[in-house]
Design a protein around this ligand. Structure first.
Ligand code: FES
Length: 103
């Protein structure tokens, strides 16, 4: 069952940036906004060594981890080859300029 919760207005998230949503006792979520105003949400932990993906550089529909430069696909959280790993995704939707997470 979905439990959509509004977490921000789109304009609160910088384009090519992110916003962190903290959850009690659970992994922080990084919500990314791309150049074309799509939103994606991943656990804020790089699959390599837990770097904060929210502080990475967004380009296209990817984020580059700030620690060692792995590239992670925002749509599915998968590392781009030759790296291997996965950051869990969280369902996110954009409606009328408002961003909702399924938490
Ligand atoms: S922790 Fe992200 S690339 Fe190493």
């Amino acid at each position: 069952m979905s439990n959509w919760t509004k977490i921000a207005n789109l304009e609160d998230i910088p384009r090519l940036g992110s916003r962190v949503v903290k959850r009690n006792g659970q992994a922080d979520i990084a919500v990314f906004r791309t150049e074309d105003d799509q939103v994606f949400a991943l656990h804020d932990k790089c699959p390599h060594k837990n770097g904060p993906l929210s502080q990475g550089i967004v380009h296209g529909h990817k984020v580059t981890c700030p620690l060692h430069g792995w590239n992670i696909q925002l749509a599915d959280g998968n590392a781009i080859a030759p790296d291997e790993g996965h950051a869990p995704c969280v369902a996110v939707k954009l409606e009328n300029g408002e961003v909702f997470l399924d938490v």
